[in-house]
Design a protein around this ligand. Structure first.
Ligand SMILES: OC[C@H]1O[C@](O)(CO)[C@@H](O)[C@@H]1O
Length: 510
């Protein structure tokens, strides 16, 4: 067993709340998880739209002309425009700021209202973007989309972790990431088709398409119940009990143990008047560190280099325009399917196993990509003729890397934070997770092209270095959280070789 290995339920199940998965909870979770679609759709749509000629001619004519004049053959340092990347990544900054407001709404008004708000604001953003006549409309649209994403990413993972019976919490929560990957894939398909629309307004269809998942979220959030935890936070104990009974599908008597634990957690939560001050308390140090480290590491796997720039990347390694989009569809498809592996495995094999296996696999294939690209492109970035087998092999390496991400850091980057926070700091801590995730999505998106130009094929080694770090971090510092009721989660820290020193029993509180 590894140094960081602790499974308090190993051989000694402390709590075993009755209730299996009900049809009702399954449908509710699937519908709520669709909140991930809007985020995924946006990740997948922007790169394609900003390379469509009619879009550039209309909004960024100088970029369009400069790009047309750029005759450089250096594959590492293709033309790149800060304004254009800024347009793409402004959404992440808006989401970052919005997640703090969303934290308040999620705690005070419930997870459901947060989702509804997110869906409505996102819908407005999609409509404004599709109808854009000038840059101002584009930017306002982007900001609204960002606010929508901030609210959805804040509320949905918490909602899922609170609704799910604890033994299936992993699988149900990961449907959120599955929806993100489906959103990315749909967007890739849309971007493949819309440039073929006559009249040069394909970009409007691509951007306006975001309204479809947004409408879906708005409508469905009217029908979703609030979580029992959220009802208790709003002083509605009887409703909370009724909904808990319904989602677990058990009798009044059988629900008692879990309900009492939820009430206790809610009382503790109400005693905390300032979650933002409270979260700095020493006893929350492990959670606070995880709420920042996990999303940071997720983005420093380098996954978004592939997600945002796959068409450019594939073009660089020798595919034509259409072929490069098709290859992006392949990575998008692999991303989706490999997430299913995680849904199957997370509650069976555990979070740590997936993190460690995924980390090692990502590392191996990042190193292989580096060796191959370095070998053919050298430091000058000049390529004469790339053999077909070469391009095929690099695509295979990239797919193996994407698959590893998709069953490890992708879904677990949302699952683990959402299940380790005690109720009293849950909303605040989740907004730290969302904003750190958005911040580093923004930074990677903004810096990628410049980094590629300077680090050349070493770029992949840059991210591989972080993959080594995060894998060691998981090995030593992340306890197993599989099959542990959320309300029992403090146990995992108390039993952990490192974190137990922060727990109240071991030391007086500071
Ligand atoms: O599936 C890949 C996508 O997943 C995320 O990491 C979110 O969990 C995104 O940043 C990325 O684009």
């Amino acid at each position: 067993m590894g140094a960081g290995w602790t499974d308090p339920n190993d051989g000694d199940p402390k709590k075993n709340y009755p209730g299996e998965i009900t049809f009702y909870v399954l449908v509710t979770c699937i519908v709520a998880a669709m909140g991930g679609l809007i985020f995924g759709y946006d990740i997948g749509i922007s790169g394609g739209v900003t390379s469509m000629a009619p879009f550039l001619q209309k909004f960024f004519p100088s970029v369009y002309h400069k790009e047309a004049l750029d005759k450089s053959t250096n594959q590492y340092c293709k033309f790149d425009s800060v304004t254009l990347t800024m347009f793409t990544s402004s959404l992440y900054l808006a989401a970052l700021v919005a997640s703090f407001g969303a934290s308040w709404v999620t705690k005070k008004l419930g997870r459901k209202i947060s989702m509804l708000t997110g869906g409505l604001v996102f819908l407005a953003g999609a409509v404004i973007n599709a109808a854009a006549l000038n840059i101002a409309m584009l930017i306002i649209g982007r900001i609204l989309l960002g606010i929508g994403v901030g609210f959805a990413n804040q509320a949905v993972p918490l909602y899922l972790s609170e609704m799910a019976p604890y033994k299936l919490r992993g699988s149900l929560n990961i449907i959120f990431q599955l929806c993100i990957t489906i959103g990315i894939l749909i967007a890739n398909v849309v971007n493949y088709l819309t440039p073929k629309i006559k009249g040069g307004y394909g970009w409007r269809v691509s951007l306006g398409g975001a309204a479809v998942p947004a409408l879906f979220i708005v409508i469905s959030s009217f029908f979703l119940p609030n979580t029992p935890n959220s009802m208790l936070e709003k002083n509605e104990p009887e409703k909370a009990r009724a909904i808990l009974k319904r989602i677990r599908g058990v009798s009044d008597k059988e629900i008692e143990a879990e309900f009492e634990d939820l009430v206790a957690a809610s009382e503790a939560s109400k005693a905390v008047k300032h979650p933002w001050r409270n979260i700095r308390n020493r006893k929350y140090r492990p959670q606070l560190i995880m709420s920042m480290a996990i999303p940071f590491f997720q983005q420093f796997t380098g996954i978004n280099v592939i997600m945002f720039y796959a068409p450019q990347l594939f073009k660089t390694i020798g595919f034509g325009d259409n072929a490069s989009l098709l290859s992006a569809l392949i990575t998008g498809g692999i991303n989706c399917f490999a997430t299913l592996v995680s849904i199957y495995g997370t509650d069976r094999w555990g979070r740590r196993f997936l993190f460690l296996e995924g980390g090692i696999q990502m590392l191996i294939f990042q190193v292989l990509v580096t060796i191959f690209i370095g070998w053919k492109f050298g430091v000058t970035g000049q390529v004469i003729d790339l053999p077909k087998w070469f391009a095929g092999l690099v695509v295979f390496f990239i797919c193996a890397y994407v698959a590893a991400f998709a069953w490890s850091w992708g879904p677990l980057g949302w699952l683990v934070p959402s299940e380790i926070f005690p109720l009293e700091i849950r909303s605040a801590a989740q907004s730290i997770t969302v904003s750190v995730n958005m911040l580093f999505t923004f930074i990677v998106a903004q810096l990628f092209l410049t980094m590629l130009c300077h680090l050349k094929f070493g770029l992949f080694i840059f991210f591989a270095f972080f993959v080594v770090l995060m894998t060691l971090f998981v090995y030593f510092f992340l306890p197993e959280t599989k099959n542990i009721p959320i309300e029992e989660m403090t146990l995992v820290w108390k039993k952990h070789w490192f974190w137990r020193r922060f727990m109240p029993e071991d030391r007086p509180q500071v």
